[in-house]
Structure formats: C-alpha cells, structure tokens
Design a protein around this ligand. Structure first.
Ligand SMILES: Cc1cc2nc3c(=O)[nH]c(=O)nc-3n(C[C@H](O)[C@H](O)[C@H](O)COP(=O)(O)O)c2cc1C
Length: 287
C-alpha cells in the first residue's frame, strides 16, 4: 500500500494512485479556456450578438412539448423562513441516515421549490427587442441548458405521472401519466430513497444550447449550471419545508430512455428527490 499521507496530500487520492483517469483528463483538456482558443470563442460570441435571429433564438432558452396537457402550478407564496436558517437546515436525507418519510407533499411545496430554484426573476431586453428572462439560478451566458423533468409520485392536487417543468409559465407539461415510482426506482442504485420519496426530479442538459456559443468550454459551463441549480433546489426545497436529496445513483441512459430524451443531445445529469420533512439530524448516533 502506498504511503497514506504526504505533505501534499489530496486525501483519498493517495490510496489509489495507480488509477487511470486519462479519459476524464482529456475532457478537462478540451474544455479549458486557453490563449489559443479564446479568439475563436470570442468570435462566435460576437457573431451571435450581431445576428437578430440568433439573439431571438438565444432568448428562448427552454424546451417545450407542444400539444401536451398543461397543469398550472399554484401561485407562489414566499415562505417565511430566513436564508441563514434555510442554509443551516439544508441536508441530504441520506446523510441523516434514513429514507424519506413516504407521505404526500403539496402542489404548493413542489411549485415553490421549482420556482425559487429555476423560475423567472427578472427580464432584460436585447437590442432587437427580444425579452430575455433571467432566473433564480444563474447560467453561463443566460442560456439555461438544464431542463427539469418532474416525476410526481405523491403530490396532493397533481395527478401521478411524468411531467416537464415550464419555468416561464410556472406549469407542468404532461409526458406520461400513471404511478411510475417503482419503475423509476428500478433505474436507481438507491431504491429505498426513491420508493419513499414523493417527487423525483431529473435534470438533463441540452448541451448544444450552451456549446453552440462557447464550444467545448460550453460543456463545462453546462455542468456548472447543473450544479448551481442543484444547490438552489436543495435550498428552495428546504425553505418549502421538505426533505431533499441529490441522486447521482441513476443509470443515465436508462433514465434518458424512460424520459424519452436523446442521451447524446440531452444527457441525463442528476436526479433530485423531495418528500415531507421527517426527523432532524440524529446527533446521538453521530457521537
Ligand atoms: C452530485 C451529488 C450526487 C449525490 N448522489 C447521491 C446519491 O446517489 N445517493 C445518496 O444517498 N446521496 C447522494 N448525494 C448526497 C450526498 O451524499 C450528500 O450531499 C453528502 O453526504 C453531504 O451531505 P449534505 O448534503 O447533507 O450536506 C449526492 C450529492 C450530490 C451533490
């Protein structure tokens, strides 16, 4: 076994020095901003800024399902809990050492979680007069490549099914109705968490929405955007009185097939589970 700690320790890395990470390192190389590629990327940005058709397209940065049945989410009422308290309360249920409590959440709680994480909070007008929405979570170039799919398992006032979130209208587009909890849990390595949750969100990235502006660098930006949205979902869910947990343990391509999205153009990034708040941190167990 290698020496566990040296003076430049990177923690676990010291124990697995023989691992081959060359493929991930290639990703890192290709997505760097360098003095070689900055001119090419800047040229593309300028090209977009000077073309009214491209500006208009850029302002419309969301996916939609034309002809789908639309369920409006309840009007948003801001929770009274403060920011500091929300941050201190935020927890993944898995780190509390338990599953979700397995009961219903309300449509208000779901809607509040979504709108405070990804809803529109401001508008700007481009030179061409196109309205561009800015949202609760930041996004590189305001392109918002992340899409949110909502699996409602147990939500008072919302029929069970698979939906797509329309952030600007604050509504859900129905993709498939029915009780999909067991099917979704079968696509995760954390079945207990999924089976007890009330809602599973799936975040995907429409990669070319960002890459067509920033090229390979845009791939990295799409990941950053997804991470920023994840933290917002943690905080907004917590503020709405919910238990939360990010869910990396999903089989990407099987979930993409389940959603009906192309895994190359719109890869699945992360699951995110919600349920009513259960017991607080078991400090006794931690001691
Ligand atoms: C990207 C990401 C993926 C995660 N995936 C899982 C998961 O698949 N299963 C799980 O139990 N917890 C998952 N978590 C939760 C983390 O394990 C948890 O955030 C970590 O233990 C820190 O705890 P905290 O969020 O309560 O601060 C994930 C968190 C992140 C940020």
């Amino acid at each position: 076994m290698p020496e566990p700690l040296n003076k430049q320790s990177y923690s676990l890395v010291d124990f697995f020095e023989e691992d081959d990470y060359s493929e991930s390192e290639t990703y890192n190389e290709y997505t760097k901003l360098t003095r070689m590629n900055v001119a090419r990327i800047s040229h593309r940005v300028e090209q977009i800024k000077s073309d009214p058709a491209m500006l208009a397209m850029m302002a419309r940065s969301w996916k939609s399902y034309p002809g789908s049945t639309v369920t409006p989410l309840p009007p948003f009422r801001a929770p009274t809990v403060g920011f500091a308290e929300t941050v201190l309360r935020r927890r993944s249920v898995s780190s509390l050492g338990r599953d979700f409590v397995g009961e219903a959440i309300t449509a208000e709680q779901l809607g509040g979680t979504l709108v405070m994480a990804y809803g529109p909070t401001s508008k700007i007008e481009s030179r061409t007069g196109d309205v561009q929405h800015l949202r609760a979570t930041t996004s590189a170039g305001a392109l918002f490549p992340t899409e949110i799919y909502v699996l409602a398992f147990n939500v008072t006032g919302i029929e069970p099914g698979l939906y797509h979130y329309r952030p600007i209208e604050h509504s859900l587009e129905l993709i498939r109705s029915g009780d999909l909890r067991a099917q979704f849990a079968g696509l995760s390595s954390y079945q207990g968490l999924c089976l007890t949750s009330s809602v599973a969100l799936v975040l995907t990235s429409v990669l070319k929405r960002t890459m067509s502006k920033y090229q390979h660098r845009g791939y990295r930006f799409a990941m950053y955007d997804c991470g920023a949205l994840t933290q917002s979902l943690y905080l907004s869910g917590t503020a709405m009185g919910l238990d939360t947990c990010a869910l990396g343990g999903i089989y990407d391509d099987e979930v993409a097939a389940f959603l009906g999205v192309n895994p190359v153009d719109e890869p699945v990034q992360l699951g995110f589970l919600l349920g009513p708040r259960g017991a607080e941190m078991g400090t006794e167990k931690q001691q």
